[in-house]
Design a protein around this ligand. Structure first.
Ligand SMILES: [Zn+2]
Length: 79
C-alpha cells in the first residue's frame, strides 16, 4: 500500500502509459511505411520512433524513480 493512493504515482504511471502507447503507435506507422516501401516517409518516422522511445524510457524511469522514493520496492514495478 506504499504507492497505492499516491497521486504522483498515478500521474507518472498515466504519463508512462501514454508515452508507451505513443511509441507503439509510432513503431506501427514505421512498420507500415517499411512494408509499403514508402521511402519518403521512413526517415521522419524513424525519427519519431526514436523520439517516442526516449520519452517512453524517460517517463518509465521517472515512475520507477518515484516509486523508489516510497522506500519499498517489492511491488514488481520493473515488469
Ligand atoms: Zn508515489
Amino acid at each position: 500500500m506504499h504507492s497505492e493512493g499516491c497521486p504522483l504515482c498515478r500521474a507518472l504511471l498515466d504519463r508512462a502509459s501514454s508515452e508507451i502507447l505513443r511509441h507503439i503507435r509510432a513503431v506501427g506507422q514505421l512498420d507500415w511505411a517499411l512494408a509499403r516501401g514508402d521511402t519518403e516517409l521512413i526517415p521522419a518516422l524513424e525519427m519519431a520512433v526514436k523520439e517516442a522511445s526516449l520519452c517512453r524510457e524517460e517517463a518509465v524511469a521517472r515512475y520507477k524513480y518515484h516509486q523508489g522514493t516510497h522506500g519499498a520496492n517489492e511491488s514488481g514495478a520493473s515488469a
